[in-house]
Design a protein around this ligand. Structure first.
Ligand SMILES: [Zn+2]
Length: 450
């Protein structure tokens, strides 16, 4: 299901190994085996859109196509949004022919409308659909699997636009052919097929961007990708002074039950716990769980506060080095014995696994303190009160789940929407269920009224 998010997936249950996608290694990066299987598994990977696109058993391919289109039109109508005119008939025809030659159409998935930018031939985070009819530019918001899924070494369906950091990761981790990659510097207006495109910092993982489109007729569309809305974002000239007509919104936490503290508050809490623990037991090994990219600030905060280096395995070090952040690169070290701060895959954050890990450093450390940062570590009663967080302890192993989120809370979403006052909002997450969609639309209506 597209509603799959890496952090949701990982924290829905405690059995981390069961949750990691088969295409990714324990660090959340594409595994070598999966790189090979990407092409064979191209059209069956990832999302099940069946709830948005009705499959039918009719044998005629034309009827099938027609019905899928009708279903999408219904959604456009339901959400009060007209279907975009994606391209001229001749372009469609040309691309359709190529599609028919290259791939058996019964294996194709239809790109849902909310991944298409109306009035353009652009899509955002729509790689898993292969060649999309009429699409001339494929935008990638950030390097998380649920957004780049479908991209591989063999990608040849069109130009990929993303930030320079994401571009580096595409080349390094997926071996995507560089001739297809067009890095777009943040905060610079780029002209792509007559559309003015600007990437803005998304306050999500490294390289993540909001994409702002200004069409020839002056209409402005903002696609948030995954983001955590902030006050700083509101001061960006593009958002402060231009009306956004259409907002594609990361609705991961679009439910009032999701109240969590600011990132800064969580970092203070983590540092406080680390210091308290070390005061009691100086021979403590500190572990931060991490999956894929993102949440780097958690271990950077501990590293800064304690004045220690950061140890992690070679594959993660390589990825972290590629960010080009001197303050991070300079702190990485390859030997676990050289620092009491280690990064491990989230799948390792279990008492038994951590106990074995601690045993390998028995000469240096006697206890272990681990942090599992995620937006999903929340409880209705906890709210913003971090001091109410209770760790799980077993022997000399203590694990804290901390609500460090790189997505907007419900109230941050509301504030962002009320600031932007867009004409229309299209949710991009948790949309596979009609009740969810209705609920979100009712929140949006409420927010726009006030
Ligand atoms: Zn993400």
């Amino acid at each position: 299901m597209e509603n799959f998010r890496e952090d949701e997936l990982l924290l829905d249950n405690n059995n981390m190994n069961d949750s990691v996608s088969e295409n990714l290694d324990e660090n959340g990066f594409p595994s070598l085996d999966s790189a090979k299987s990407f092409s064979s598994d191209f059209y069956s990977s990832g999302t099940n859109w069946s709830c948005l696109v009705t499959e039918n058993a009719e044998s005629s391919e034309e009827k099938k196509k027609k019905n899928k289109k009708m279903k999408q039109t219904d959604l456009f109508q339901m959400w009060g949004f007209k279907k975009p005119d994606t391209s001229s008939a001749s372009t469609s025809k040309k691309i359709q022919m190529k599609t028919d030659v290259g791939f058996p159409s019964q294996q194709r998935r239809v790109c849902p409308f909310y991944k298409k930018i109306p009035g353009t031939s652009f899509t955002v985070d729509a790689f898993r659909f292969g060649l999309i009819e009429g699409c001339s530019a494929y935008f990638l918001s950030h390097f998380h699997y649920d957004h780049y899924g479908g991209l591989s070494k063999g990608w040849s369906h069109g130009s990929i636009y993303c930030t320079p950091l994401t571009a580096r990761l595409l080349r390094m981790c997926l071996s995507v052919n560089p001739t297809f990659i067009y890095p777009l510097e943040l905060d610079v207006e780029h002209n792509i097929e007559g559309v003015k495109v600007t990437m803005l910092e998304a306050n999500h993982c490294p390289g993540a961007a909001l994409t702002h489109f200004r069409l020839i007729d002056g209409r402005c569309y903002l696609h948030t990708g995954d983001f955590r809305a902030s006050k700083l974002m509101q001061s960006h000239p593009l958002l402060a002074s231009h009306r956004v007509n259409l907002l594609y919104l990361d609705t991961t936490y679009c439910n009032p039950k999701y109240r969590f503290p600011s990132k800064q508050d969580v970092l203070h809490f983590v540092v406080k716990i680390a210091r308290q623990t070390l005061k009691k037991q100086p021979k403590t090994l500190i572990i931060v769980g991490a999956y894929s990219i993102g949440k780097e600030c958690v271990y950077l905060a501990i590293s800064d506060a304690l004045g220690v280096k950061i140890h992690t395995n070679a594959s993660r070090r390589r990825v972290l080095q590629s960010f080009g952040w001197p303050e991070l690169s300079g702190k990485l070290c390859s030997h676990g014995k050289d620092t009491p701060l280690h990064i491990l895959p989230l799948s390792s954050l279990r008492h038994e696994t951590l106990k074995k890990y601690l045993d390998t450093f028995a000469y240096e450390y006697t206890t272990l303190l681990a942090f599992r940062p995620t937006g999903w570590t929340y409880s209705e009663t906890l709210g913003n009160q971090l001091d109410l967080i209770r760790p799980t302890s077993k022997g000399n192993i203590t694990i804290y789940g901390v609500p460090y989120s790189e997505h907007s809370s419900f109230f941050e979403l509301r504030e962002f929407v009320q600031f932007l006052k867009p004409d229309k909002i299209i949710p991009t997450v948790n949309v596979g269920n009609a009740a969810n969609r209705d609920k979100m639309q009712s929140y949006f209506r409420e927010w726009m009224k006030s």
